[in-house]
Design a protein around this ligand. Structure first.
Ligand code: FES
Length: 235
């Protein structure tokens, strides 16, 4: 017999080991996420997957599905919280979408459209971290990092290389390259590595293909990220 929890009043079946996010997604219900990826254990850093359970806000990616849970997902208060989190992510980095090569393929931008987070409400940090163009095939723009650590986890757990780490805390937190020089060109990073292809924003860019796919014809230009994510989960 299947076990169920309630998501906005609808019964969602789950399997042993499922998180609320994974079970909801498999059942065709979108919960926004930036740092979650099914290939890794939950990271719990972006908080975009916030839901309400028993009057508390928790991360759906890190909350095990349990019989009898009553989860609120698509309600105004939760959408407002997610929108505020997104706006703060935009304020922390240099996300100048119209001039960014990742525009249209960027999950942060796509979520902002989906959640209608259009209006700047905070002073921007305008970080000024040097870009790293030392690698023959890849460019790093650290000023767009949202600290999801997907590249860190992909390089360590899948590629077996540990190319990236996060350094320091708070406003000084930054993504760093684990080589003596601190430059990507002095590592064994390959353009085919998962870490080179997993960034949800515009930190890790491939050289020589800039704007090869025109703006307007990119992944999220045609359909909202919520629909594409559920299509990927349920196909
Ligand atoms: Fe759950 Fe980022 S997706 S905290």
């Amino acid at each position: 017999m299947s076990a169920f929890f309630l998501l906005d009043g609808e019964a969602i079946p789950f399997e042993e080991g499922d998180s609320v996010l994974a079970a909801a997604r498999r059942a065709g219900h979108y919960i926004p996420h930036l740092c979650w990826d099914a290939r890794f254990p939950p990271h719990g850093s972006c908080k975009l997957c916030v839901v309400e359970i028993g009057g508390r806000h928790v991360s759906a990616c890190a909350t095990p599905a349990r019989e009898g849970l009553e989860v609120k997902n698509n309600i105004g208060e939760i959408r407002d919280t997610r929108r505020e989190l997104l706006i703060m992510l935009f304020a922390e980095g240099n996300h100048f979408c119209p001039g960014c090569e990742k525009s249209g393929n960027c999950q942060l931008q796509a979520l902002a459209y989906d959640l209608e987070a259009m209006t700047p409400q905070h002073n921007y940090f305008y970080p000024d971290r040097p870009v790293d163009a030392s690698h023959p095939d890849l460019l790093l723009d650290f000023n767009r990092c949202i600290f999801c650590e997907l590249c860190v986890r992909a390089s360590r757990d899948i590629d077996g290389k540990e190319i990236f780490s996060l350094s320091e805390r708070g406003v000084n937190k930054r993504l760093v390259v684990n080589s003596e020089s601190g430059r990507l060109g002095d590592t064994t990073m390959d353009i085919g590595d998962l870490a080179a292809n997993i960034c949800p924003v515009g930190v890790i860019l491939h050289k020589r293909i800039g704007f090869a796919v025109p703006i307007g014809e990119r992944i999220y230009d045609g359909e909202p990220i919520s629909e594409l994510d559920i299509a990927a989960a349920t196909c």
